[in-house]
Design a protein. Structure first.
Length: 181
């Protein structure tokens, strides 16, 4: 079984959402079917069980990165760190603001979420412009951690995010590529 095509076949495309001309890649069908969900999680877990790619902690980006990241962390026997939208964390935080197509957004991380020397796997559901993952990586690095790899289910390379992340020096792993679709 080709994992990438199997997963791609289970991602729903919603045309013209949230705006006309946008082809929204909906990952919720991947989560709804227990067999598909296991294939998805196992693809990440098997990669990061490898000693040279094994992180010491997994961080997930708000909100769908929480779903994948927490399960991957659990399966690897690691802790999980949520990177949240501004104003959602109750303890002392560091924050990073990044640009969106129309405006900006800010993400936060607890100051004690990671420590210097941690090797962090940073997970989200999808790479579009790369802004959220870039901001998450900067937050983790502010606290002295090393983001050993960024990972996502879907790459939308036409939006430039994966190229931008790789150009910044962040290794990137994605399972499904929607180039030219």
């Amino acid at each position: 079984m080709d994992t990438s095509n199997y997963l791609k076949d289970n991602i729903r495309t919603v045309p013209d959402w949230p705006a006309p001309g946008v082809q929204f890649r909906d990952i919720t069908p991947l989560l709804q079917d227990p067999r598909v969900f296991r294939v998805l999680i196992d693809a990440f877990v098997h990669r990061y069980m490898t000693p040279e790619l094994r992180p010491t902690v997994v961080a997930g980006l708000d909100a769908r990165g929480f779903i994948i990241g927490s399960v991957v962390a659990y399966e690897l026997g690691l802790g999980f760190v949520p990177i949240r939208k501004k104003g959602k964390l109750p303890f002392t935080t560091v924050e990073e603001t990044y640009e969106l197509e129309y405006g900006s957004a800010t993400v936060e991380l607890h100051t004690d979420a990671v420590k210097a020397g941690d090797r962090v796997l940073l997970i989200d559901d999808l790479i579009a412009t790369g802004g959220t993952m870039m901001a998450g990586a900067r937050l983790l690095e502010k606290l002295g951690a090393t983001v050993m790899e960024g990972a996502a289910i879907v790459d939308l390379p036409e939006l430039g995010g994966s190229a931008r992340l790789k150009a910044s020096g962040l290794p990137l792993f994605t399972l499904v590529n929607f180039a030219g679709h």
